[in-house]
Write a protein that binds this ligand. Sequence first.
Ligand code: ADP
Length: 261
Amino acid sequence: RNSGEAVTCEVDPGSKIKHNIIIASGKGGVGKSTVSVNLARALLLDGFKVGILDADITGPNIPKLLGIEDRSLVLGEEGIRPADAGGIKAASMALVLSSPDSPVVWRGPMKMAAIKQFIQDVDWGELDFLIIDLPPGTSDEPLSVVQLIPDLAGAIIVTTPQEVSLLDSRKAVNMVKTMKLPVIGIIENMAGLMCPHCHQRIDIFQSGGGERMAEEMNVRFLGSIPIDPQVCSLGDAGQTFVEGDTPAADIFRLIVERLKN
Ligand code: ADP
């Protein structure tokens, strides 16, 4: 294959990527990227070949969460070579920018051109799963990204328990349904804080909203991840938490089982 030629994404016997899965959210800051990297890691630990496409062009945080922000993407013979994060292949705008603090101030069409290039020209090789971290929200941007990716297997929606977040997440579920894509399920993140002293759960943003919303919208509820200072510090250190023996890690193992079936 020439370097300019499109990478095949079809789910056919000759396919290089078996399952394209998008991770979406109604708004930013709810933990969409955290879910993307931990799901990728959980799949890797289960023996799958995994890649992550950071389609959040303006806020590309995947390399930071994977601890590879000092790398750069290079052009190989088969196309753009993804960076390797302990076995996870990753492509992100942050691996192209000269400084991690450089703002990306591209307008819509340029962003789409960049994402298109990531989809077509990255030499992912053989992958069981490509996790695509969508831009947040339900504007033209995430919608256009979804339209660019052929043969999507489905979407996971990440929400937090506040009413405003749930309202936006409903829109994200509807966006996915409108595009005739299966909703794999909803993850509620930042659901309560376990007090390290008294071990009681403090429901800072109420609780159970994600599950109720999933029920109302007739989609599967995948589980709740509590607020955990370790999730944040591990993320900041470029590490995942799915290796551990915590309820949050269990959720990802459950999702892997669901994706296998
Ligand atoms: P998004 O991709 O939706 O913008 P991120 O995954 O970048 O959100 O998460 C935003 C911030 O919140 C990060 O610093 C991350 O480490 C932190 N975070 C995410 N989930 C949790 C959690 N369950 N507990 C504590 N911090 C979290």
